[in-house]
Design a protein around this ligand. Structure first.
Ligand SMILES: Nc1ncnc2c1ncn2[C@@H]1O[C@H](COP(=O)(O)OP(=O)(O)O)[C@@H](O)[C@H]1O
Ligand SMILES: [Mg+2]
Length: 340
């Protein structure tokens, strides 16, 4: 049995994604929280030296505090699984699904949660079919206002609110700057809320929903990472009925996507009080201005408590041999040493 009292944990942060700075801030905070709880922390970047380092100095656990591609898309997680290194958070396969907004929306919609009407359009198809024929069709089918965004990404980069047809071409170009696939969806008017989820002892719990009210009206990059630019209400100013509906929708999305340990599920509550799913975050930001820590403190939980608990739970799961297999159909790959 492993000694669970004090673990050696590699916190991964940084990387070359568009969200490098945010990841570094999350990583620092996780490292401080874990150290405060008595664990030994080594902070590393996901660079060319990482895999050799992990092979030579196998830590008890990795905490992938990565935002943006390669950290959140499941790629690095599947390599950790291949190395049989335990880590905090969701299996690689689930991260891959959640990372793609149109895939996540399709799965969550199939589980019965409302999602915005949308059209997903790869850049090559947009070019082939021609903007002059595609854009009027989109405008006709979805109407305005719309939101145009990259199919993957975070921190609102490449996301544009489009109020009229003339703004659409520019918004498409912006989204394609961040991804080869753009999503155009109906703008849902209502109250934006984020629900943080934590699993412990087999029970999945939602923390109090955080209501997001940006001063500028748009929850942009600037509104997210500059103190005072956004007002947060925790718990969100919702009726009890809507609060319950939001919490249930968050749990449904978390389960449908196969997420584990922690996540953040974002919604807009529309004028009817229905939660409309926007996206799921596999590795929610934990910076000073992030939503997950706000929700935690509203639940009277400190970051050292939550982070340490998540680390100990991940460790206990791996001690029981529960590092997720690389393939979902394990029988078909029964001879494969990695999945055994
Ligand atoms: N369909 C939508 N209706 C209304 N607002 C939206 C919609 N999609 C996105 N937004 C707004 O844009 C922000 C960023 O979009 P989101 O899809 O969450 O991207 P990111 O992953 O960059 O956070 C959201 O926080 C929300 O304020
Ligand atoms: Mg978002």
């Amino acid at each position: 049995m492993t000694d669970f009292s004090a673990l050696t944990i590699v916190v991964l942060a940084g990387g070359i994604s568009h969200e490098r700075e945010v990841s570094l801030r999350t990583g620092r905070r996780v490292a401080e929280a874990l150290e405060a709880a008595g664990h030994s922390v080594i902070e590393r970047e996901p660079d060319a030296a990482l895999l050799p380092y992990l092979r030579a100095n196998t830590p008890d656990l990795v905490w992938p505090a990565l935002h943006g591609a390669s950290g959140e898309d499941g790629a690095l997680l599947s390599l950790l699984q291949a190395m049989k290194i335990s880590y905090v958070g969701s299996p690689a396969s689930a991260a891959r699904l959640a990372w793609s907004k149109p895939h996540a929306a399709a799965i969550v919609a199939a589980a019965g949660v409302a999602t915005p009407a949308s059209i997903t359009l790869p850049r090559d198809e947009f070019r082939e079919l021609g903007a002059h024929s595609v854009l009027p069709l989109i405008a006709e089918a979805l109407g305005f206002p719309l939101v145009v965004k990259p199919a993957q990404g975070g921190s609102a980069q490449g996301v544009t609110i489009v109020s009229e047809a003339s703004e659409l071409p520019r918004a498409m170009v912006d989204a394609y700057t961040y991804s080869d696939i753009a999503v155009i969806e109906r703008r849902i008017i209502g109250t934006e809320v984020a629900v943080s989820i934590v699993e412990h002892e087999g029970i999945t719990t939602t923390l109090p929903a955080v209501e997001i009210v940006p001063r500028s009206g748009i929850y942009s990059y600037e509104a997210r990472y500059n103190a005072g630019e956004t007002y947060f209400y925790t718990p969100a100013r919702l009726t009890d009925t809507v609060t319950t509906a939001v919490s249930e929708a968050a749990l449904t999305a978390h389960d449908a996507l196969g997420l584990r340990q922690l996540s953040r599920i974002d919604f807009i509550v529309d004028s009817d009080g229905s939660p409309v799913f926007l996206e799921a975050s596999v590795m929610p930001g934990l910076t000073e201005t992030s939503l997950f820590p706000l929700a935690a403190s509203a639940a009277n939980l400190t970051l050292p408590e939550i982070c340490s608990q998540l680390a100990l739970d991940a460790m206990a799961a791996s001690d029981r041999g529960a590092i997720p297999p690389l393939y979902s159909n394990t029988e078909a790959f029964a001879d494969d040493p990695v999945t055994e």
